[in-house]
Write a protein that binds this ligand. Structure first.
Ligand code: ZN
Length: 342
């Protein structure tokens, strides 16, 4: 089985994001949000069949761990109330996709975060997504202000209510930014990769893994700058008397393979042990074109991994085994669904 641990519903029916625009406009005008739009099962089916499902089939992958569009989370807009309603709408839609295509998609929750609002505010949505929707993870935005970094770092006890919930439910968090509202950043070109790198570094210099020995985080987009600068982080950990970086991080931190060229994948696989790499493409996402050097889609990452000089056993870990290990509820979900299908 080939499990893609990083996909977003970027092809959701238009009225979904249309409602978000109306909601934020109403909020700015001090008015209540309009009622949520009607979205039919057929509209959802069409958006998936012509989008992510078609690419799964073309590329030969089986299951996508699927979450709401990350750039659309926009935690910096509105307030805690609008974030709650928007996260609820987005997660419900993911639940509907997973119910319509139970063999192909398993859900991950977006959280109702807002700058300066305690992450404690996210706990009931996490409970709902795990208990009622069968989701297996969350996306955690380390900077809900959208590029102004106004909240405490991930090392701070501010975030501990979410960490406690992750451990309670045995769900990992992917550290995932949303859109940048700071014009210094391009959302997918620098803001995302920044967040990946910042998140890793914040956790590295924290006692989070001492306080939560079983907690798991996925650093997306190949880990931002981290694998390329592994020597820098090893040296920083050593200088700060934190010990060996691998001992410090690799029980709890995992990297996905959303790296859009072979040399980058080679580096990732050379620096990071196969046990800590999870296959992912983030399709349909940030980079949608075809690489003229290869004639293939940049985000068809399965092709790169197939070319890596790794053993079949290591590739099986990257494609399937590690996802089942990191997403502790995943295997149970897959089994339950195949039993229901029979
Ligand atoms: Zn993403």
């Amino acid at each position: 089985m080939i499990i893609d641990c990083h996909g977003h519903y970027t092809t959701a029916p238009r009225q979904h994001e249309g409602w978000r625009t109306q909601q934020i406009e109403a909020h700015a005008a001090g008015k209540p949000a309009p009622p949520r739009p009607m979205i039919t099962d057929d509209e959802i089916r069409k958006s998936i069949t012509n989008g992510q499902l078609r690419l799964q089939r073309e590329r030969g992958t089986d299951l996508t761990i699927f979450s709401p569009r990350a750039a659309g989370m926009d935690h910096h807009l509105g307030d805690a109330t609008t974030s709650e309603a928007w996260a609820s709408a987005c997660n419900q839609l993911i639940y509907r996709v997973c119910s319509l295509f139970p063999k192909n998609f398993v859900g991950v929750a977006m959280l109702p975060q807002s700058p300066h609002v305690s992450p404690r505010n996210c706990l009931s949505e996490i409970d709902r997504c795990v208990n009622e929707y069968g989701f297996v993870g969350i996306n955690l935005n380390p900077d809900p202000s959208g590029g102004h970094w106004q909240d405490p770092p991930l090392s701070d006890r501010y975030w501990y209510p979410v960490y406690e919930k992750m451990v309670e439910h045995d769900i990992p968090a992917m550290i995932h930014m949303s859109a940048a509202c700071n014009p210094a950043y391009h959302t997918t070109g620098s803001h995302y990769l920044n967040g990946d790198t910042v998140g890793f570094n914040q956790l590295m210099t924290s006692s989070v893994f001492k306080d939560f020995p079983t907690i798991k985080f996925i650093i997306p987009h190949g880990g931002g700058a981290v694998p390329y600068h592994w020597g820098r982080y090893r040296g920083l950990a050593q200088d700060a008397n934190l010990g060996m970086l691998a001992d410090l991080m690799l029980n709890n931190i995992f990297f996905d393979t959303c790296v859009y060229h072979l040399p980058g994948q080679e580096l990732l696989a050379k620096v990071i042990p196969a046990d800590n790499i999870l296959f992912a493409s983030e399709m349909i996402g940030a980079v949608r074109g075809i690489d003229p050097e290869t004639g293939h889609y940049y985000d068809d990452t399965k092709r790169y991994i197939s070319q890596l000089p790794l053993s079949a056993e290591d590739k099986a870990k990257i494609f399937e085994g590690n996802a089942r290990r990191v997403y502790g509820r995943l295997s149970g979900t897959i089994e339950k669904r195949s039993a229901a299908a029979v």
